[in-house]
Design a protein around this ligand. Structure first.
Ligand code: HXC
Length: 254
């Protein structure tokens, strides 16, 4: 296995584990990770994922050695990287806890998660231009939506790396956490998310993702319909009753 899996109550930690290759994301690793996550996605006892790497590297990119000798026809017929879409289709909330390098596909994997927490040692970049290619797993699109056109152009055209402070300032990262406590604090945040209704969290993240694609009017309408739909759940009844009865809500009901 190229990943390690650990469950702590309702949180599942997935650690990328190819240390000799700085966690370069080969097809086998992605297949393993997606297959584990697809099973757990349907498990009501799992409320949040934390995806992390090592102190030195979250992931230094897609595996250049795997790609190096591929032809256009190989890429086209394998629809190389299409499988990564399966990762974005996982509906359980996903936190990327990033320390060290998150480059190319590593940065793109972090951006496919719902939240990015970075250690003070994190370095983000899309250096594909140095390899004669461009980001191929959503980098030109997601990075632009997250940090804006001029910063995305700067990063992708120069291939330079961005430290944690700049990444937070730019809106790529939501919190900077000391490297020593990155995993613990990320798991704490994941445990808070996982303590709520999984259904509600799934609906909330889907609505936020719509903001990346829809006009304000369409997005607000989508949100309102999703809000209305939550009134068909026991979780809305329990959450609101618990407030009125001045007690803690129990979202472990199905
Ligand atoms: C395969 C990789 C790798 C990668 C590192 N390694 N990155 N193998 N794919 N993306 C391997 C190295 O070959 C080396 O193996 C080992 O990991 C350690 O790397 P070093 O370079 O010796 O470490 P260091 O000097 O500390 O430099 C770290 C680094 C550098 C700055 C992160 O490794 C680097 O620049 N990596 C490539 C980053 C990159 O270009 N990423 C984007 C990839 S393309 P050996 O066996 O030699 O010891 C991509 C998008 C694809 O992700 C979409 C377009 C098609």
């Amino acid at each position: 296995m190229n990943i390690k899996i650990e469950q702590r109550k309702r949180v599942v930690i997935i650690t990328l584990n190819r240390p000799k290759a700085l966690n370069a994301l080969n097809s086998e690793l992605m297949r393993e990770m997606v297959s584990v996550m697809q099973k757990l996605d349907k498990d009501p006892s799992v409320g949040c994922f934390v995806i992390t790497g090592s102190k030195k590297a979250f992931a230094a990119g897609a595996d250049i050695k795997e790609m190096e000798n591929k032809s256009y026809m190989d890429m086209f017929h394998e629809d190389y990287f299409a499988a990564w879409e399966a990762f974005t289709a996982i509906r359980t909330p996903k936190i990327a806890a990033v320390s060290g390098y998150a480059l190319g596909g590593g940065c793109e994997l972090a951006m496919m998660c719902d939240i990015i927490y970075a250690s003070n040692t994190a370095k983000f970049g899309q250096p594909e231009i140095k390899l004669g290619v461009i980001p191929g797993i959503g980098g030109t699109q997601r990075l632009t939506k997250m940090v804006g056109k001029t910063k995305a152009m700067d990063l992708i055209l120069t291939g330079r790396l961005m430290n944690a402070e700049e990444a937070e300032r730019s809106g790529l990262v939501s919190r900077i956490i000391p490297v020593e406590t990155l995993l613990e604090e990320s798991v704490e945040a994941a445990a808070i998310i996982a303590s709520y209704s999984k259904t509600t969290a799934m609906v909330a993240r889907e609505a936020i993702d719509r903001a990346m694609e829809l006009s304000l009017r369409e997005g607000v309408l989508y949100e309102r319909r999703a809000f209305h739909a939550l009134f068909a759940t026991e979780h809305q009844k329990e959450g609101m009753q618990a407030f009125v009865e001045k007690r803690k809500a129990n979202f472990s009901i199905p």
